[in-house]
Structure formats: structure tokens, C-alpha cells
Design a protein around this ligand. Structure first.
Ligand SMILES: *Cc1c(COP(=O)(O)O)cnc(C)c1O
Length: 444
């Protein structure tokens, strides 16, 4: 038996794959042996371009040499200790360095208590959101104005939003295919239409304003800034975020931005909310934050939120994961931030963005039945139809692309790319060419 067949036999017998039907016989998974830069190789040595940065984490490509070195160096002195009553250099320095990247950190007109300076570490995007939810709920539980009516523990979320997999993150999420089966397990969230609707964001904003006016129990509004990723790269304008920030201020409700996908340069600025000039109260980061080396996440909050927990044990945030502030994750995340600075990664995004935009616009000329070509930063997307997440056509494109040497997993009817931000132009052009040919072949 070849190594590939042996691995596949064990896999088939024992591994449960995410977002995959059980006993899926349609296509055996690729058996990946190695990854580097924008590509990975299977056990037979065939190369594939990683068209989605392995579910959006490899923003600096795979195994960036500086990140690998940082991890190895850290491993030689300290791999883990608890963060309760203990601290270490990587956690302390990373928190300070993250604070210095936050939107508004250098804005003298921004009140000191609105600066995002306090970092709570966790494990992945879902837990970064879970932390945000619990922090806001507890803040209002212990800081509501005297005589305030209802307990402020309700959230406003958007249709089409994705915030992760835990029950809390699923509750604030707004993709029916991921929610329906859990029914009453999910807590009640006030839902506004997606701001990415073709009619524009005004309807979504009006619904949020109405909810803020009619309900006195709102803790926070949570959004993915500018791009609703998992629902098919649905994009909306910066004006929505600005209007939302102002509405949250008027109602004195927290604004949580989930930058798990959009952060670290994906949309062209380091954080997507910078494009709108908006400073949130809480910002969630994960995925690219640890450069596709380890699961690692941070929830960064402003001083006002942190001050709401001042006091005795009874006011503390009684929350923390086993690997909270893991030194390996912190050390690698520090190096990630340094690589963005030293290698001018955002300049490469500016270089590749127009090519992606042109290629997706050209796709529609090639196959006129395609809809809504769109692009932002290092994201390009197009819809094959309107059949939603469980549609088939995207998978035909996936199969065609795989045969041509690219990993282009669809989001239902949406075909998209979100390659490593460090991708070189020849490899990017090759990827775009494969996407074009694969779409034409699948729909032709
Ligand atoms: C992927 C994602 C999450 C969840 O992150 P995990 O690391 O998969 O738990 C949360 N929010 C957004 C916007 C995401 O794209």
C-alpha cells in the first residue's frame, strides 16, 4: 500500500472532517505533506496554490521562516504556564504591541477611556468572540446605571454574520444553515438585515436604530467590519460602520468588531475598521494573528470596559482557557506584527488588489451568467447563482481547480479567493488563471 493509500484508509476509518458530510465518497481529501509560502504539496509531490490561505489563517503564507524561528526560539525556554498569577515576556510585550496597532491609538482627540489597550488572550476566533460576549454582558450586569430597567444582556447581530462555532458565537451569528439545527440552544439575539443587501445598508441600519430605541436591554452590537466572510464574502460600505458607531454612542451600547477574518491586512488596512475611521469598544482577532502556526486569539477592549471590572473578586471576569496567553502563540504573534512592519506586507496587498479585482470582473465577461463580481484588498469573489450554502456549482469549480493545482473551496454558490497577502505576482496570476478556467469548465 502506498503511503497515500494507507493514510487515506486510516482517515476514512477514523477522522471526522469539518463541514463535510459523513462517509463523503465524492472525493478523497488531498494528503498534504508539506507547505511553504502560498503553496502546499501532497505526498506525491503535486503542488497546490492555497487559494484561501487555509481557511484564512496563512496570511503571511505557510511556515514563514521568521515565524518558524520565533517559535523554535520560544520553545527552547518556555512553552506554557498558566496566566493566573503568572506572566511572561511574550504575553506582556505582545499586549503592548497589539495596543499600539489599534484603531485610534494615536488619535489625540479620542478620549483615553476609549483607547483599546487591554488584551484578553484565548485560543481561536470563536473564543475571541465568546470572550467579547461575556465581557460585555458582565460589564452591564455590574455597571448599569442605578434605576436602569432590564438587565442589559441582549445583543444585536446581522443576518449573514459569522462569528464562530461555540454556542455563544453561533447565537450571535446569522447564517441559517449553521444555526437552524440548534434551535432553542441558541440565545435570543435581535437580528438586523445584512448591510450587504443590493438595496444598500440603510435598511440594516434603520433596523438597528429601531432596536436600540425600542429595547433598553442591549449590551452590544456585533459586526464583521466591511466583509461578511463565511456567508459568501458579502461586502458593504464603510458608511454603515460610521453610522453604526454613532448610533452605539447615542444609545451608550458597545460596538464589537469581529476582525478574525478581516484583520491583519486582509482588506488592505491592518484592521478593516480603520478603512471606516471607526474605533470599536471591543475588537476580536485570531486566524492570521499567529501566522498559521498555532491556534491563538486576542480580544482587545478599551479602558472603559476594563474599568468596569475594577473591584474585588466578586467583580472579576471569571473566565479563562487553559492555554490563555500561551507563550508560543504570543511569541509568534509578536513576530507576525514585526513581519508586517519589516516586509511592508500591506504594500503587497495594494499591489495584488487591483489584479484580483480585474480578474473577477473579467470572469463575468467570460461567463455572463455569473453575478456580483466583487473585490476588496486580497479578496475576490463572484456568485454562481442564488442557491445558498448547500448549492453544488461551487463544488464543481473546486474539483476543476484541484485538478489544475489550486485549492479553491467555495462558500456555497460563491467562488472566492483569499490568498496569502505575501503571494508573489506570478503565483497570483497562476491562481487567477486557474479560477477562470475552472469556472468556465464547471459551468460550460
Ligand atoms: C473564522 C471566523 C471566526 C471563528 O474563528 P475560529 O478560529 O474558526 O474559531 C469568527 N469570526 C469570524 C469573522 C471568522 O471569519
Amino acid at each position: 500500500m502506498s503511503a497515500r493509500d494507507e493514510i487515506l484508509a486510516l482517515d476514512r476509518a477514523h477522522v471526522w472532517h469539518p463541514y463535510t458530510p459523513a462517509h463523503d465518497e465524492s472525493a478523497a481529501p488531498l494528503v498534504v505533506a508539506r507547505a511553504e509560502g502560498p503553496c502546499f504539496w501532497d505526498v506525491d509531490g503535486t503542488r497546490y496554490i492555497d487559494g484561501n490561505s487555509s481557511w484564512w489563517v496563512a496570511t503571511l503564507g505557510h511556515r514563514h521562516p521568521r515565524l518558524v524561528r520565533a517559535a523554535k526560539t520560544q520553545l527552547d525556554s518556555l512553552s506554557h504556564v498558566a496566566l493566573g498569577g503568572l506572566t511572561h515576556e511574550p504575553a506582556a510585550r505582545l499586549a503592548s504591541e497589539l495596543a499600539a496597532t489599534m484603531p485610534g491609538h494615536d488619535d489625540p482627540s479620542l478620549a483615553a477611556d476609549r483607547k483599546l489597550r487591554r488584551v484578553f488572550y484565548s485560543d481561536d476566533g470563536s473564543t475571541a468572540v465568546e470572550v467579547a460576549i461575556k465581557l460585555c454582558a458582565q460589564y452591564w450586569a455590574q455597571n448599569a446605571a442605578a434605576g436602569a430597567g432590564a438587565l442589559r444582556q441582549r445583543f444585536i447581530g446581522l443576518s449573514g454574520a459569522f462569528h464562530g462555532e461555540t454556542v455563544g458565537a453561533t447565537s450571535v451569528g446569522g447564517i441559517d444553515a449553521f444555526r437552524a439545527v440548534y434551535g432553542p440552544l441558541l440565545f435570543d439575539v435581535l437580528r438586523a438585515p445584512s448591510p450587504s443587501e443590493p438595496e444598500g445598508w440603510a435598511r440594516s441600519f434603520a433596523a438597528i436604530e429601531r432596536a436600540l430605541r425600542e429595547h433598553d436591554d442591549i449590551a452590544a452590537v456585533i459586526v464583521e467590519p466591511l466583509v461578511q466572510g463565511a456567508d459568501g464574502m458579502r461586502m458593504y460600505g464603510a458608511e454603515f460602520l460610521r453610522a453604526l458607531r454613532a448610533a452605539c454612542d447615542r444609545a451608550d451600547v458597545f460596538l464589537i468588531v469581529d476582525e478574525v477574518f478581516t484583520g491583519l491586512g486582509r482588506t488592505g488596512t491592518f484592521w478593516a475598521c480603520e478603512r471606516a475611521g471607526v474605533v470599536p469598544d471591543v475588537l476580536c482577532s485570531a486566524k492570521g494573528l499567529s501566522g498559521a502556526l498555532f491556534p491563538f486569539a486576542a480580544t482587545i477592549v478599551n479602558e472603559r470596559v476594563y474599568e468596569g471590572f475594577r473591584g474585588g473578586r466578586d467583580r472579576a471576569f471569571l473566565y479563562g482557557h487553559s492555554y490563555c496567553g500561551n507563550p508560543l502563540g504570543c511569541a509568534v504573534a509578536r513576530e507576525v506584527l514585526a513581519v508586517y512592519r519589516d516586509e511592508r506586507v500591506l504594500e503587497n496587498v495594494a499591489r495584488i488588489a487591483p489584479r484580483i479585482e480585474r480578474a473577477f470582473a473579467a470572469l463575468q465577461e467570460r461567463v455572463p451568467s455569473l453575478r456580483r463580481p466583487r473585490a476588496l484588498g486580497a479578496i475576490g469573489a463572484i456568485d454562481l447563482g442564488d442557491s445558498g450554502y448547500l448549492a453544488d456549482a461551487g463544488w464543481r469549480v473546486y474539483t476543476e481547480a484541484r485538478a489544475r493545482g489550486a485549492y479553491v473551496r467555495p462558500l456555497g454558490d460563491t467562488v472566492y479567493i483569499a490568498p496569502p497577502l505575501t503571494i508573489d505576482l506570478p503565483t497570483l496570476d497562476e491562481l487567477l488563471e486557474i479560477v477562470g478556467e475552472s469556472v468556465a469548465a464547471a459551468l460550460g
